[in-house]
Design a protein around this ligand. Structure first.
Ligand code: SAM
Length: 253
């Protein structure tokens, strides 16, 4: 049974908090003292709702806060011990700061990029007690930055942990096909999904990738068996260096 009941004006209440679904993000509604704005429509909410019925992360890290609605909903759905989030925007969301003010183990960072290794590593170590079980990346949706976060955070994810990446398929939407469309000069984010599939095929790092049209979930394996030549990787190397591709190159679209 669905626990989140969405009303005719795209409003819903959950865990004692009110939310309004506001899409597209450009015409954004600010969070108010009455309701947080969340930029996820029903299909996304159902995926997280279903996940919460079978998965209990100790700590969550969200990339991309916007108006804070998703932070609060993830907190209410999963009830983690600890939770943190980053957003590159400098302006804090007052309602979100008020929400976390009287709660333990709840943190947010504005002016913080999803590609900032030091910030992300400090968050996982100090705020999330090195118990990172769930990452939700709803930040830039660019290939390069989404990949950079994954390279930093996937090695820090606990065995059996889940890494969610939203809106991977934008390059394949009719709205993104024209030369002047948003992101027209960007590499498709779906390149990253293909690389992660190859990583899953090449190593024992990933046990499962579940793909919907609008997001995917990567489950980290519970046991990693180092391949004969993959045991000693350079500290500075990328996790994607472990892809086995018979020496062939692939090019980004
Ligand atoms: C789609 S909105 C997030 C929506 C929010 N998670 C929700 O569901 O309500 C994307 C957010 O990511 C932030 N963002 C974009 N690029 C980023 C980056 N490189 N690092 C961190 N945040 C970024 C934007 O400022 C924006 O607030």
């Amino acid at each position: 049974m669905n626990r989140i009941e969405i009303g005719p004006s795209q409003e819903f209440s959950f865990g004692g908090e009110n939310f309004v679904i506001a899409l597209p993000v450009k015409e954004r509604r600010l969070s108010t003292s009455d309701a947080f704005t969340i930029a996820k429509n029903e299909p996304y909410l159902r995926v997280y709702e279903e996940l919460a019925s079978v998965f209990s992360p100790r700590s969550i890290l969200e990339l991309g806060i916007l108006q804070g609605g998703s932070y609060v909903l993830l907190d209410k759905l999963f009830s983690p011990r600890r939770m943190s989030a980053v957003d590159i925007r400098p302006q804090p969301v007052p309602q979100l700061l008020a929400y976390i003010a009287d709660k333990e183990g709840r943190f947010v960072h504005f002016s913080a990029s999803q590609t900032d290794r030091k910030i992300l590593e400090d968050i996982v170590r100090n705020e999330l007690a090195d118990e990172l079980d769930l990452v939700v990346d709803d930040a830039s949706h660019t290939y390069e930055q989404t990949k950079a976060s994954f390279e930093i955070l996937f090695p820090l994810l606990k065995p059996g942990g889940i890494y969610a990446i939203e809106d991977w398929s934008w390059a394949h939407s009719p709205n993104y096909q024209e030369r002047d469309a948003p992101f027209s000069k960007r590499h498709a984010l779906s390149n990253l999904l293909f690389e992660q599939l190859m990583l899953m095929g090449s190593t024992s790092l990933i046990s499962e990738i579940r793909v919907w049209k609008f997001l995917y979930l990567i489950r980290k394996a519970t046991t990693v068996i180092p391949a004969p030549d993959q045991g000693q990787k350079d500290e500075g190397g990328s996790i994607f260096d472990q892809i086995l591709n018979r020496g062939r190159e692939w090019s980004l679209i």
